[in-house]
Design a binder for this molecule. Structure first.
Ligand code: SF4
Ligand code: MG
Length: 326
């Protein structure tokens, strides 16, 4: 596939009472058309901030302070607000965990679907209405004509998330960013929404960036996986490389916290400890306080990114040492 998005060495910082604190530290990745990249890590690891950096929706005290983001080869990290709004209306869409907060409770589904179509695609109200009904069909909503006149609270959580996806698709985006889109849904509905996202990705040849803490979700949708810890990329690879040959102790920990359906006695091995706060000064590997393999070098020097294959990279001294010996 063709390269859609390139993120090169971005640093995203927050202005706080304690000074500038980096939430994303020199992160690079790329995404092709028709590909799903899952960004994985615990809450607070920087995965949401990475995606908000891409779509230009950082909170007002947040800023990309270095690096660049290219969409179809053109820089988008330094665009004026108005230009970025146009990108969001035409090229990049985002869906969030809780559609109830993203949908306006006092406006009908139809109104919220028609508005972007009239605004960005200059459709008339009746054209937008037809197109809105078509979009609801595409996301698998039964009786779409009836749904157009309903309010968000009249729909189930799964239906609301489908409406959000329909609104996101209304701009015919090349890139869809989904931040924990199924976390609030029960397991059956979650599986249906993930299937829908897989179908839509292929049908429209979109790039999808999926933010999740759930390796079960990763297994369902990912082509590629980027694992983040405390603002850094710690491992990146094709989905089979990450599941069959994980290298970073943190990636292994995430995989061990997925329940095993074939083995009900399998004990969940949670990763002990917790993420450092943005304020903490950490020398060496940012994971060392939680890593059972940590040695002196881990506590003093940050590990470089080592190459496992052309598509698989990891930042861990264990691999760096192994590479040197092997
Ligand atoms: Fe653990 Fe050291 Fe690897 Fe960090 S660099 S993950 S502390 S072994
Ligand atoms: Mg988040």
């Amino acid at each position: 596939g063709e390269t859609l998005l390139e993120v090169k060495n971005i640093v995203t910082e927050f202005r706080t009472a304690d000074g500038q604190l980096p939430a994303v530290r020199d992160v690079s990745f790329s995404l092709k058309k028709g590909e799903t990249l899952c960004i994985v890590g615990e809450s607070g690891c920087g995965k949401s901030i990475t995606s908000l950096s891409v779509i230009g929706l950082l909170p007002s005290n947040g800023k990309i302070t270095s690096g660049e983001i290219l969409y179809e080869g053109a820089p988008i990290h330094n665009l004026p607000a108005e230009k970025m709004r146009q990108i969001r209306g035409n090229k990049i869409s985002m869906i969030f965990q809780e559609p109830m907060t993203a949908l306006n409770p006092v406006l009908t589904v139809g109104f919220q679907l028609r508005e972007p179509l009239m605004l960005h695609h200059k459709l008339s109200k009746s054209e937008a209405n037809k197109q809105g009904i078509e979009l609801l069909k595409q996301v698998g909503i039964p009786y779409p004509e009836k749904r157009m006149n309903q309010y968000p609270h009249e729909l189930s959580g799964g239906m609301r998330q489908r409406v959000m996806i329909a609104i996101a698709l209304s701009c015919n985006p090349g890139l869809l960013i989904a931040d924990e889109p199924t976390t609030a849904l029960d397991v059956t509905i979650q599986a249906q929404i993930l299937d829908l996202m897989n179908d839509l990705k292929s049908k429209f040849n979109m790039g999808v960036m999926m933010i999740t803490h759930d390796m079960g979700v990763v297994a369902e949708v990912a082509d590629r996986v980027m694992v983040m810890y405390a603002g850094k990329k710690v491992e990146e690879g094709n989905v089979n490389e990450i599941f069959d040959n994980p290298k970073h102790p943190y990636t292994k920990g995430l995989l061990n916290s997925v329940p095993n359906v074939d083995d009900p006695d399998f004990e969940l091995e949670a990763i002990p400890g917790s993420l450092p706060s943005l304020h903490e000064q950490i020398d060496g590997c940012r994971f060392h306080a939680r890593c059972k393999f940590a040695t002196d070098i881990c506590r003093s020097k940050e590990p470089p990114l080592s190459k496992i294959s052309d598509t698989h990279h990891v930042s861990c001294w264990l691999e760096e040492e192994e590479g040197k010996l092997g």
